[in-house]
Design a protein around this ligand. Sequence first.
Ligand SMILES: *[C@@H]1O[C@H](CO)[C@@H](O)[C@H](O)[C@H]1NC(C)=O
Ligand SMILES: *[C@@H]1O[C@H](CO)[C@@H](O)[C@H](O)[C@H]1NC(C)=O
Ligand SMILES: *[C@@H]1O[C@H](CO)[C@@H](O)[C@H](O)[C@H]1NC(C)=O
Ligand SMILES: *[C@@H]1O[C@H](CO)[C@@H](O)[C@H](O)[C@H]1NC(C)=O
Ligand SMILES: *[C@@H]1O[C@H](CO)[C@@H](O)[C@H](O)[C@H]1NC(C)=O
Ligand SMILES: *[C@@H]1O[C@H](CO)[C@@H](O)[C@H](O)[C@H]1NC(C)=O
Ligand SMILES: *[C@@H]1O[C@H](CO)[C@@H](O)[C@H](O)[C@H]1NC(C)=O
Length: 586
Amino acid sequence: MALLNHIPFVIAICLASLANAVAIIGPQGGVNTVTGQRPFRQEFSTFKNSGPAFDLYILSLQQFQQQNQSALLSYYQVGGIHGRPYIAWDVVQGLYQAGYCTHSSILFPSWHRPYVALFEQILWNYAQQIAATYPAAQRSQYQAAATTLRIPYWDWALNTTMPDLVNSPMISVNSPHGVMNIVNPLYNYTFHPQPSAADFPPSDGLIAEYHSTVRYPSSSGQSQPVLANLRLEANAQVIQDATYQLIADQSNYAPFSNAGYTDSRGGSYNSLENMHNAIHSLVGSGGHMSFIPYAGFDPIFWLHHANVDRLFAIRQAIYPSSYTTAEVDAEGTFTNAPGETEDINTPLTPFHSDSVGTLYTSATVRSTRPFGYAYPEVVDWGFNASQLSSNARTALNKLYNPTGSISTRSLFSKRDNPTAPYMNATEYQYYVNIRVPKAALNRPFFIHFFLGSVPPTSDTWSFAPTLIGSQSILYYPPASNITAPNLTSRLSYGQIPLNHALLRDLTSLDPHTVVPLLEQQLNWAVQDFGDQPVTTADVEGLKIFVVGRVVRQRGREDGFPGYGRYRIYRTATKGKVGALPDGEGW
Ligand SMILES: *[C@@H]1O[C@H](CO)[C@@H](O)[C@H](O)[C@H]1NC(C)=O
Ligand SMILES: *[C@@H]1O[C@H](CO)[C@@H](O)[C@H](O)[C@H]1NC(C)=O
Ligand SMILES: *[C@@H]1O[C@H](CO)[C@@H](O)[C@H](O)[C@H]1NC(C)=O
Ligand SMILES: *[C@@H]1O[C@H](CO)[C@@H](O)[C@H](O)[C@H]1NC(C)=O
Ligand SMILES: *[C@@H]1O[C@H](CO)[C@@H](O)[C@H](O)[C@H]1NC(C)=O
Ligand SMILES: *[C@@H]1O[C@H](CO)[C@@H](O)[C@H](O)[C@H]1NC(C)=O
Ligand SMILES: *[C@@H]1O[C@H](CO)[C@@H](O)[C@H](O)[C@H]1NC(C)=O
């Protein structure tokens, strides 16, 4: 009896301490709780034409950004959960000098789901208030749009150019006071006040000093979106090919999830995190997006991460039983010690599912349904799991690989080539694999790959006509008390598809044609985020090698190509600085 009397008392104490936790339940308006039907997050280029919904989105974002930075639900504090300032959010204490965000970690996809849902929920709440203030003649239309409002995503695998409106300093909206041209809350976020040295320490350098978020800043601190877009566009084909193949070919969750996963059996050089890193780096190029501790403040972060979450959701629909496994997190976070093993039940700090302080885990964020949103490619109501998977595969094919083949010019069939190993039309696909000690330069950097010579001046490297693509190493030196024991030797993995560049010069993708070309023409060069060239030999431990495989064209609209086994073509990189040494495997 005595014991039983004590239990409610203990629980009561816990409840009291967190009775006011922020319950992240997403926007619940427009949800059919019986069928599970819920409004879509839409692609930005569709969403921008939605009239009232778009007006409400912009006006809500404006109010969100104006919120006092000392408020828990201010844009500053929510953006700051990701990295700096390294302080508790919603009373979830941490021990380490780091943000809460999980990178090079099995939790990378799942942690960002409730994070983006929190942002969406706050925005949605503003939209309800704003809609109620429209003149009577427009009010019901705006209230209906507010109910089903969800944030848009930027599908950078479909169109790597940043949406135009994101780079326009001013924007026109129909507000409750009529049509107005306002300062565009998608363009930048202006700190108010400028964070203190405790929040943004001067030791972080220039990035701590900007008064507003910037993209590819000039030496005078102005955003240069035109240059950032040139960088993105130069990588468009790589990003589309790599995104498609990542989802079509990687049925194992751990290598799919993060760029730090080391696969002793080989074959896992691309990951969702690696694709995501590329967008952060190319958009930011020395601005906020390119530094993890500061990225959450740039408004484009939320368009980007909604898309990361969407690709994750599409993949979940395709491989429903493949999910978070146990993996050591070498990096650590504000709350998670470096070297700790994380798994499906590791709390996703600081995100609470209810007001009494229950923390989400990967297990409890597995479906988007509790968060009140869906994506056009993942309609999970009215379909069983196998139909859902089929629909998601068809959608992925239509968006990113409509012809069913990367390069129809190179197709050869069994009839043309009796030694071809498959019945269907087949072709070869080639890639550069990159393995790099993340902390090699103690700052972030690009490795640009060229088919042809490296241009003499580094400022044109990232969009040279001979560029194949750019690998980014999104590294930020950790604060002293979270330096993981093996940080310097920790590896980051990336992969750059080559076919789009090979087909500029070749009409056949047979290895006898391709490998000699690569031996002569494949080059790479290292550049930091301040556009300065770096001697390749300074990236100690860099290992680059070329692989290829046979790919069999898909036979059905909801099927994927058949990917053969990777083969290493060592001579393609032989003698070049940073090449995988002879005798070493993956
Ligand atoms: C923001 O809130 C803090 C704490 O409530 C207050 O001291 C400060 O004056 C507010 N700042 C502005 C600009 O309203
Ligand atoms: C790390 O540094 C912070 C700030 O100085 C301190 O509060 C925290 O206790 C330190 N953590 C560890 C594990 O030493
Ligand atoms: C890609 O996006 C840019 C920026 O919004 C736009 O100007 C361009 O027309 C888009 N391209 C395609 C093919 O839709
Ligand atoms: C942020 O953008 C606005 C225009 O939307 C501009 O007036 C302001 O100067 C920008 N801030 C900085 C520091 O560049
Ligand atoms: C899913 O639905 C389809 C179409 O109604 C049906 O043919 C199939 O048998 C169902 N699969 C399962 C596993 O229920
Ligand atoms: C660090 O790396 C060494 C060599 O790879 C390994 O033996 C050791 O267990 C690692 N330590 C930690 C804490 O991961
Ligand atoms: C691939 O082969 C299958 C049967 O082996 C056939 O049904 C399908 O039509 C073929 N696809 C193409 C594109 O030739």
